[in-house]
Design a protein around this ligand. Structure first.
Ligand code: FAD
Length: 354
């Protein structure tokens, strides 16, 4: 059986490798860094479960991926704009806080263990030229990012907490957040424009969040990175399949890309195993996610004035659980607004392909 070569051992490449190896295919997985998760430094990320009726953990299990990484489900979280704080409660976890990095309980290391157990050959510290790969899973590739995220992680004895801060001085066109999960904390800002203001925004996010929630912190360490998006992902490049953020697959509203990265890796592997057309399957599976993201970003940016009063009012009025579910399923209103939203994004984010 022919060897499958994968470039990139992030979540998308690992998910593809595990699926292929479990089906008996020989797989070589190349990671240019020294270990899985080395792109991150212990960041807490949200593995979102709010975008569909199906729990993300059930989805992983059905795909054959074990959730033997530290994860804590959050059924409540605050939205805060510097003045007003709204508490939103969900009937089931809206997201699971996971760790990204090289520590044993991170999602990256859990996937690495599963890949090794399935028989994948992992080659650390080795780049694979995408032109020589069967699957390209290299993460961000575009020259210009669309969002930047900076912050710090810390140890704490504070109880679990999730707060999203909507305030342009603390995260221009984006948001900042404070997460505490099982003794670990993370405070970050994200900007969708004027990236040079990131340090200023982080200082303001720190001030506003810690004044209102004075969480005790020890061993602060900086974290952060860039995020990429394409409104027209390339699912194929030469003979290779392209998955995850390498394809530009990313939630354009808030940059929740982890679930889609995993899903696309599994889909690519299954397409190879079944001899199906991956590009067609991926376009069908992710079209709503991508187009809905464009509309959500448009609504977010035009509604952000007055300290995000409009999105906050909408979340209160409809309830966060219902509203999020609705706006991640590419509903009729989004379909109607899509041409306008795409025009807006082309003008406001001219370096993006939409
Ligand atoms: C600061 C920050 C916070 C985020 N927060 C969240 C969040 O809360 N929730 C969420 O869902 N998403 C979040 N995201 C997005 C999420 O991290 C990505 O969507 C996800 O990691 C994409 O997975 P991937 O496998 O496609 O790419 P990556 O995770 O980037 O993995 C790609 C891997 O390929 C390797 N590589 C690159 N080129 C080569 C090559 N030529 N040969 C070999 N190896 C190569 C890289 O070193 C890397 O390890 C965040 C992103 C950032 C930057």
């Amino acid at each position: 059986m022919s060897l499958i070569r994968i470039a990139g051992a992030g979540p998308s490449g690992l998910a593809a490798a595990i699926t292929l190896a479990r089906a008996g295919r020989p797989v070589e997985l190349f990671e240019r860094r020294e270990d899985c998760g080395a792109r991150f430094g212990g960041d807490l990320q949200g593995l979102e479960s709010f975008s569909s009726d199906r729990s993300v953990l059930d989805e992983l299990r059905d795909a054959g991926l074990e959730a033997d990484f530290a994860h804590r489900g959050f059924t409540r979280g605050f939205q805060f704009n510097g003045n007003r704080a709204d508490l939103h409660e969900f009937s089931q976890p809206a997201f699971y806080v996971v760790r990204r990095g090289t520590m044993a309980d991170s999602i990256d290391q859990s996937l690495k263990r599963q890949a090794l157990a399935a028989g994948v050959t992992l080659r650390f510290g080795e780049s694979l030229d995408p032109a020589a790969a069967d699957i390209i899973a290299t993460g961000p590739r575009q020259r210009r990012p669309y969002a930047v995220c900076r912050g710090f992680v810390f140890k704490t004895d504070a109880p679990d907490l999730a707060v999203a801060l909507l305030n342009d001085a603390a995260g221009l066109k984006g948001y900042s957040y404070l997460l505490v999960s099982n003794g670990e904390g993370c405070l970050c800002t994200s900007l969708w424009s004027s990236f040079r203001r990131v340090h200023q925004c982080l200082a303001e996010a720190r001030r506003l969040l810690l004044e209102r929630w004075p969480v005790r912190r020890e061993e602060e360490r900086p974290v952060g990175g860039w995020v990429h998006f394409s409104g027209r992902p390339h699912w194929r490049e030469g003979g290779a399949l392209v998955v995850g953020e390498a394809a530009g697959l990313q939630d354009f509203l808030w940059a929740f890309g982890l679930r889609a990265a995993l899903r696309s890796g599994v889909l690519a592997a299954n397409s190879i195993l079944a001899g199906d057309d991956f590009a067609r399957a991926a376009a069908a599976q992710f079209e709503g996610f991508i187009k809905g993201g464009v509309v959500n970003r448009f609504l977010w940016e035009v509604g952000r004035h007055g300290r995000y009063r409009a999105p906050m009012a909408a979340l209160r009025w409809r309830g966060a659980e219902r509203l999020l579910r609705d706006f991640y399923r590419y509903n009729r209103l989004q379909q109607f607004l899509y041409p306008l939203a795409r025009g807006y994004v082309r003008v406001m984010h001219p370096h993006l392909t939409v």
